[in-house]
Design a protein around this ligand. Structure first.
Ligand code: CP
Ligand code: NVA
Length: 301
């Protein structure tokens, strides 16, 4: 059966741990390990939205595993402007060995996975960002030695990144807290997905209280791709929900600061924190490469 990665919960916690373990090996032995795993294989990358990290890390990762990339975008295809997603997927599945897709609508990924007949990987949708979540939890393991019982606080909207990192972290035992303005938290159905997990997800609008004792402080843009029309309104609504020294002072003394990037300096975070001694941001960005290589090995190796 073809395995997809549309959600961070498509792998069981034990399987996620195996991917993270493989990512550590690939990181340590970069350039040597598994360099023929994708030999003769072609990976299609499709982007409906802009990307730096995801595009470059998948491209480099596929090449380091011996494979090749074919890149597609909303501007060089007619997907959504004439060609139906089912037809697109049916064709791509006959050329390529996996499809990595960044889309607005999560349901497009489900349609792709039904018709492509090859593994489909979610490279971000409005709902989820599971590859980011894998890199995030690897970074937490590397910096803290564990994730179980850690207080991981997300400051900002309960968006795609908060959803995926929250659910993955909770599935591995973290106490995840989302601090958002009222009406901008995680959707109820996403909170419900955390039921029965070894960790938990809580929600509050009191950002200062949330930061108390935090082991990880995480933030993301106030204005995700596709929300640009709401920029002025969101700047007002989220003004208190910035990751700054006020929150750092509330957190554990060895707190790490995380951001999925791209960051809007002076809004949700400042340069000083991004480059300060608590920052894990650059390690987090690097880890995208290693976890995605591990994921490709798992789905295609
Ligand atoms: N974090 C992330 O996915 O970055 P890009 O949008 O640049 O790919
Ligand atoms: N929430 C952001 C994440 C970017 C990686 C967005 O969707 O634009």
């Amino acid at each position: 059966m073809v395995q997809h990665y549309l959600s961070e919960l498509d792998l069981e916690p034990a399987e996620t741990r195996e991917v993270l373990e493989l990512a550590r090996t690939l990181k340590m032995e970069r350039g040597h390990a598994f360099r023929d795993t994708l030999r003769g294989k072609h990976i299609a990358l499709y982007f409906e939205k802009p990307s730096v990290r995801t595009r470059v890390s998948f491209t480099v990762g596929v090449q380091e595993l011996g494979g090749q990339v074919v890149e597609l975008s909303a501007t060089n295809t007619k997907l959504g402007k004439g060609e139906h997603v089912e037809d697109f997927a049916s064709v791509i599945g006959r050329y390529a060995h996996a499809l990595v897709a960044r889309v607005f609508d999560q349901s497009a990924l489900h349609a792709m996975s039904r018709y492509a007949g090859i593994p489909v990987i979610n490279a971000l949708s409005d709902d989820r960002h599971p590859c980011q979540a894998l890199a995030d939890v690897l970074t937490i393991f590397e910096r803290k030695g564990r994730i179980e019982g850690l207080k991981v606080v997300f400051v900002g909207e309960g968006n795609n990144v908060a959803t995926s990192t929250g659910l993955l972290a909770a599935s591995l035992g973290a106490q995840f807290v989302v601090a958002s303005p009222s009406g901008y938290g995680l959707r109820g159905d996403r909170l419900a997905e955390a039921k029965g997990m070894s960790g938990s997800i809580a929600q509050t609008s009191d950002v200062v209280a949330a930061a108390q004792g935090a082991d990880v402080l995480y933030t993301d843009t106030w204005i995700s791709m596709g929300q640009e029309a709401e920029t002025a309104e969101r700047r007002k609504i989220f003004a208190e929900y910035r990751l700054d020294t006020r929150l750092l002072d509330e957190a554990a003394s060895d707190v790490i600061v995380m951001h999925c990037l791209p960051a809007v300096r002076g809004e949700e975070i400042d340069r000083d924190l991004m480059y300060g001694k608590h920052s894990a941001i650059w390690q987090q960005a690097e880890n995208r490469l290693h976890v995605q290589k591990a994921l490709l090995c798992r789905l295609l190796g």
